[in-house]
Design a protein around this ligand. Structure first.
Ligand code: CTP
Length: 414
């Protein structure tokens, strides 16, 4: 192995997604990494050590108490003689063992003994991912400095099940690996946003009526989170300010959780050194004046309470109208419309003072709000670019490509 070659220690957990690791090993080796693999006992039920060994071109390690292993390489050396430890699939059980500091098999002992960064790619059934125990373990591991890529949402191996829990695709994991240890080749080109700070807002806002009720909208946060994730993969420092959603925080992104439009504005102001700001949040236009501190009760006379509303601050407009120097170099808004999409969006670009607007039709028949796909028009000073319908992650990548080009042309930095 040349001194330039970076080594990954891949720990394969016992889940159906283990088969994707074969592709990951192949892609990582193509990208110039050497890959050494540890498999849990359960992982061997899904992929064979023989096929893993053939692809990695190295011996596969499975047993903590194999004396030969201990004499030749020992689990401590295995844990440290690497640039990064990757856990994929990180099953609920493996995450729990990591969070608890267990060391009763080779995989968990290596994870406890390592002094290198660890990247985990969780994969499990959506209910297991949302279970309070897994939420707790995920938070503990994040606090311990473990990096995460995924899980993503979508169809599960179990028929009829969908939600968050699908392991990130091999190429997505590889990009996360490269951003943690640096790719062994073409580093500058694969991280074109290194050195840039990108701010993204996403999700709805909740405007309280009383302690138990609020005004909200149907935004899922999927598009904004996909943009934040894509920006991080390209090497940007990313701050995501998100309203309440059911999504997992994207990997390698500083995520700030807020509820109301006013809290979102405060959090956005704290990220004022961003050079690109993308406002994908569906901010509630109004909030209730003097929200009640106690639950509003029925008055017994069947008189419904009336709500006094006041307009929320326009976060996008506020940032877009900052003085040069304080204003991000590129300010991008979204326009959620249900009719005359392009016409309304063009007008919005002017009134809001932003540079670009991403317009989409959010009529219920399109399924865009809350769905996984999007069909957008990118509106800039140069005109309208209509993109075909695609996954929200694809829209995110395409938008980021345009941003990279724009920054390269305007700063010479990207
Ligand atoms: N936006 C914002 N703060 C608000 C309202 C909207 O930052 N208080 C941003 C959104 O994040 C989006 C853009 O403004 O980038 C347009 O949002 P949209 O809901 O389409 O438009 P509105 O400004 O709410 O106008 P209208 O409801 O009249 O269509």
């Amino acid at each position: 192995m040349s001194p330039e070659t970076k080594r990954i220690l891949l720990i394969i957990g016992g889940g159906i997604a283990a088969y994707k690791c074969l592709e990951l090993i192949r892609r990582a080796r193509e990208a110039g990494f050497s890959v050494r693999v540890v498999m849990t006992k359960a992982a061997a039920q899904f992929v064979t050590p023989l096929s893993v060994g053939a692809l990695s071109n190295e011996r596969v390690f499975t047993n903590l108490f194999d004396l030969d292993d201990e004499r030749e390489i020992g689990h401590i050396r295995l844990a440290r003689d690497t640039n990064l430890v990757v856990v994929a699939p990180a099953t609920a059980d493996l995450m729990s063992k990591m969070a608890g500091g267990h060391a009763d098999d080779l995989a968990s002992a290596v994870l406890l003994a390592t002094d290198k960064p660890v990247l985990a790619a969780p994969a499990m059934n959506p209910r297991m991912w949302m279970h309070p125990a897994t939420r707790r373990n995920h938070a503990l591991l994040q606090a311990d400095g473990i990096h995460f890529v995924g899980p993503e949402s979508g169809e599960m191996a179990e028929s009829g099940e969908a939600g968050i829990g699908r392991m990130a695709e091999p190429m997505t994991i590889l990009t996360a690996i490269q951003s943690l240890v640096g790719s062994t080749q073409r580093r500058r080109e694969s991280l074109p946003l290194k050195g840039h700070h990108i701010l993204v807002t996403s999700g709805p806002t909740h405007e309280p009526i009383d302690p138990v009720r609020y005004i909200a909208n149907r935004s899922s946060g999927k598009q904004g989170n996909a943009i934040a994730a894509a920006a991080a993969k390209l090497g940007a420092r990313v701050t995501l300010v998100t309203g309440p959603t059911s999504l997992a925080d994207p990997s390698n992104v500083t995520t700030v959780h807020v509820e109301t439009a006013e809290q979102m504005l405060t959090a956005v102001r704290r990220a004022r050194d961003a050079d690109v700001a993308i406002f994908a949040a569906a901010v509630a236009d109004w909030r209730v004046v003097n929200a009640s501190g106690q639950k509003i009760k029925k008055d017994g006379k069947q008189d419904a309470p009336s709500l006094d509303l006041v307009e929320n601050p326009d976060i996008l407009k506020t940032v877009a109208h900052e003085k040069p120097g304080a204003r991000p170099l590129l300010v991008i808004g979204f326009a959620a419309e249900t009719q005359n999409v392009i016409e309304h969006a063009k007008k919005k670009r002017k009134t809001k003072g932003c540079d670009w607007i991403v317009a989409n039709d959010v009529s219920p028949r399109t399924g865009i709000m809350g769905g996984d796909r999007n069909k957008v028009h990118l509106i800039t000073a140069d005109g309208v670019d209509t993109w075909p319908e695609m996954d929200k992650s694809e829209v995110a990548h395409r938008l980021l490509e345009r941003i990279v080009d724009h920054l390269a042309a305007n700063t010479g930095k990207a």
